[in-house]
Design a protein around this ligand. Sequence first.
Ligand code: NAD
Length: 359
Amino acid sequence: MLNGLKQFSKFYKFSSLPAKSPRVAVFSAKKYDIKFFNQINEKLPIEKRIIFDYFEEELNEKTAILTQGYDVICPFVNDKLNSPTIETLAKNGIDLIALRCAGFNNTDLECAYQNNIKVVRVPAYSPHAVAEHTMALLLSLVRKIHKAHNRTKDGNFSLDGLLGFDLYKKKIGIFGTGKIGQTFMGICQGFGMEILCHDPYPNEEVVKQYNARYVDQATLFKECDIISLHCPLTFSTQYIIDRKTIDIMKRGAIILNTGRGKLMRTDEVIAALKTGQLGGVALDVYEHEEGYFFKDVSSDVIYDDDLARLLMYPNVIVTSHQAFFTQEAITAICQTTIDNILKIKGNEPCDNMVLPLQK
Ligand code: NAD
């Protein structure tokens, strides 16, 4: 366990909190989670305060045993809420899973509800955080900023190999026109890009506001210079980027993935990077990110061959699921998570409940 208890008791004495205060075990906790949760909790009236304990461990079927004595758990994106984990949670009396993220693909919702455990999430915190990071990745990739930065630090001021291309008038394909997709469209519009998009639920406002054109999936893949993924990971979107869809793309197309790792079949993306069918890839998420992302493994060997290869390619940029990571977004995530817990525990309606049918 992180020094959450110590951090907590700096602000409150347990004995001063009402006995009915929700006891929440936060998993995969980092220093910033403790800081932001405690800051917000501290400002609540005493009768609303939550007892937070912070576990550095990932939540999975082995660590679920740690939840004894709590009534709520607060997991993050890579915690594994499969049926064995959930059954242990139920045995330990957990009645609420308060996800501190938007995606809920890591949670077996049917199993949770069968065990009378409610699930809530943070559907929106800062679409700007993710959309701006997506543009940062795109600009770095096409202007080779990652290479230039390393070069000039080493006293090499040559431009050989750094030739980029303009984004102006390039066709960008936005796959998923929800909150993040639309925010990213606004940024792309500012760069003078032509915007194509695909979504099973087209939105006329998007067409008007961003001068965008809805097309079918195949047309988006076929026509765009750059494709950016902003849909959730579901049964229908898993591996939407594979050899078949890559083969219909323009030669040298660029893919941006700040959605979820399993939207892309990594080995087939690597094969297309080798042949030049793909011109570059920027990833904030990776198919097998658990075990690496959010951790410092700089002194270890990377055993994941696909990840090691991606890190080696000059036309690939990998960030470790940091698109959400801005002060504004973390504040909103912690605030909404606390609101969700207080509403459910206070038997008030909560708009952020996730139900099995939504999966
Ligand atoms: P959102 O719910 O507002 O939008 C998702 C959109 O995807 C919706 O319009 C939906 O209709 C569309 N969609 C669903 N199935 C589709 C399909 N088969 N093809 C095309 N579009 C489809 O969600 P959002 O807030 O915009 O977030 C999008 C995703 O971004 C999340 O599901 C999450 O996986 C990811 N995300 C990543 C980070 C990060 O730090 N990298 C942070 C937040 C969210």
